[in-house]
Design a protein around this ligand. Structure first.
Ligand code: MN
Length: 197
């Protein structure tokens, strides 16, 4: 694989005032990049170096390789889960789909926010499409990712402290609400649904 991060899909200041340029400078430039560098160092010169990222996550026998590969993938997925023009109401077709599984869009937002706020310690909140076709909200610990199992990831939010501490300090709920109300990239959910259907 290429040991280079995808560029951020927007400028570093594009998510302000909810997430600052300084947070993205560190979160993307130091944390996300750090996982990639550690992954490169761990697999270079081994047969793993020729695998793609998803195969590395699914086949990793070494916890360090898994952790760093999963964190590289999770972060790229999260940058795309947010958009400067995100939040508000989902497009009509997705609204219908969310209502099918959560009754209302508000109930989906509440459930997702609850998973993100309630994740004890470091981890991620997810919207996934489960193997039975249902849309479900889940949370994972540390580097764990639905990609390692049978769920199809549709949306994620990083709730490691490094994701919000510069802007929100200990106010994880404020960060989560800002994501849910102003940043969710509905079009990304739709694209993932179409790809995974
Ligand atoms: Mn992070």
């Amino acid at each position: 694989m290429q040991f280079e991060l995808d560029p951020l899909p927007y400028e570093q200041n594009a998510l302000e005032p909810h997430i600052s340029a300084r947070t993205l400078e560190f979160h993307y430039g130091k944390h996300h990049q750090g996982y990639m560098t550690k992954l490169k160092n761990a697999v270079e010169g081994t047969p793993d170096a020729d695998k793609d990222l998803v195969s590395l996550i699914r086949q990793a026998e070494d916890q360090n390789v898994f952790n760093n590969a999963a964190q590289v993938w999770n972060h790229t997925f999260q940058w795309n889960s947010m958009h400067p023009d995100g939040g508000g109401d989902p497009p009509a077709a997705l609204k219908k789909e969310l209502e099918k599984h959560f009754e209302t869009v508000d109930e989906f937002k509440k459930t997702f926010a609850g998973a993100a706020k309630g994740r004890f310690g470091s981890g991620w909140a997810w919207l996934v499409k489960a193997a039975d076709g249902s849309l479900q909200v889940k949370s994972t610990l540390n580097a764990d990712t639905p990609l390692a199992g049978n769920d199809i990831p549709l949306l994620t939010l990083d709730v490691w402290e490094h994701a919000y501490y510069l802007d929100w300090q200990n106010d994880r709920p404020g960060y989560v609400e800002a994501f849910v109300e102003h940043l969710i990239n509905w079009n990304f959910i739709e694209a993932n649904l179409e790809r995974g259907a």
